[in-house]
Design a protein around this ligand. Structure first.
Ligand SMILES: Nc1nc2c(ncn2[C@@H]2O[C@H](COP(=O)(O)OP(=O)(O)OP(=O)(O)O)[C@@H](O)[C@H]2O)c(=O)[nH]1
Ligand SMILES: [Mg+2]
Ligand SMILES: [Zn+2]
Length: 307
């Protein structure tokens, strides 16, 4: 029988079949999929085959179906291993905040690069607009200036004041959406807004403690009452890039991808080479310098595999 994985704790899984029946399932034997070495062979959103040997307790996952896509990142526990966050996604929402906690532009860029690399459309939602003062408003205006011209949707909301929330909710209909972001940005608060009856655990009402509490500990998917699914995830501290080489990196910044064919050298790294169309665009201001700085910083953190 076919089923979809709704929750994975690493040792057991909650799966749901077409009739909406849920089972607690375990993996039978060892899974190695697509040659990926990951800490979790099966992730939320995976379509799997399950076998049930009579009682509910003995449901086993025997097979995994091919993934449409997935989001993979460096395991928070072991930098040499990958962790599949979720599979079979239609889009990914990054929840960001400018205050309590602060989400950096570098973090946003890493998220966007991963989304480009795995072919998952990304939208950035800035929450906690109620905390914005002049400083944050200026920062937000800059963020719009950087990302909107290159095709990313930027939204502003306050779950506290219930502003802009309906617009974000409207994006979810009939889609499978991954919700990501630092701990404390309001991911679970948002899901509780959609499902008041769910009562997911959120951080203390005293709000941001500055400690990054990681209230949500496992990714979990929910069926939306108006069609579609949403996946709540634990907060991410760092966004480790997986399987992206220094050479490929520029491909995943759409504004660089658009001009790099005009570089004089086809192996141009867009650093100090003569006739570099990317650097030209940065100098002319058609590529935002903040994005170029991110490119250089992220490039520096990529450790090339030696074969
Ligand atoms: N001021 C303000 N606080 C908010 C807003 N949205 C959420 N919060 C608060 O922010 C804190 C963190 O919210 P959570 O929903 O637990 O954050 P999370 O992203 O699920 O965090 P993890 O599960 O740790 O990844 C809670 O105390 C919320 O009440 C908002 O729009 N404005
Ligand atoms: Mg949470
Ligand atoms: Zn170049």
């Amino acid at each position: 029988m076919q089923a979809i994985v709704y929750k994975s704790t690493g040792s057991w899984y909650i799966v749901k079949n077409k009739d909406g029946q849920t089972y607690n399932a375990r993996i039978k034997g060892k899974f190695k999929i697509d040659g990926i070495t990951s800490t979790n062979p099966i992730a939320v959103g995976d379509i799997v085959e399950i076998e049930n040997e009579g009682d509910e307790e003995s449901t086993v996952i025997t097979e995994i179906y091919e993934r449409k896509n997935y989001i993979n990142r460096v395991s928070p526990h072991n930098k040499n291993q990958h962790h599949i966050v979720a599979a079979n996604l239609d889009q990914s929402l990054l929840f960001a905040t400018l205050k309590d906690p602060k989400t950096s532009l570098g973090f946003i860029d890493r998220f966007l690069i991963i989304s480009e690399a795995y072919h998952v459309p990304a939208i950035i939602v800035f929450n906690k607009a109620d905390l914005f003062t002049k400083k944050e408003n200026e920062k937000f205006a800059l963020i719009r200036e950087i990302y909107e011209p290159i095709g990313y949707k930027i939204m502003l909301m306050s779950l506290e004041k219930l502003q802009g929330v309906a617009d974000v909710k409207d994006l979810l209909k009939d889609k499978t959406t991954l919700l990501s972001g630092h701990s404390g940005v309001g991911k679970s608060t948002f899901i509780n807004y959609i499902f008041p009856e769910l009562g997911l655990k959120t951080q203390d009402v005293s709000g941001w403690s500055g400690k990054g509490l990681h209230t949500t500990t496992f990714a979990e998917m929910f069926d939306l009452p108006f069609g579609g699914r949403i996946i709540d995830t634990p907060g991410i501290r760092e966004m480790g890039l997986v399987d992206i080489s220094k050479h490929e990196l520029a491909h995943y910044l759409p504004e660089m991808r658009a001009v790099m064919n005009n570089c004089q050298f086809n192996n141009c790294m867009h650093m100090e080479e003569p006739g570099c169309a990317v650097k030209d665009a940065v100098n002319k201001g058609t590529i935002h310098s903040e994005r170029y700085i991110s490119y250089l910083n992220i490039r520096d953190t990529i450790i090339e595999k030696s074969y």
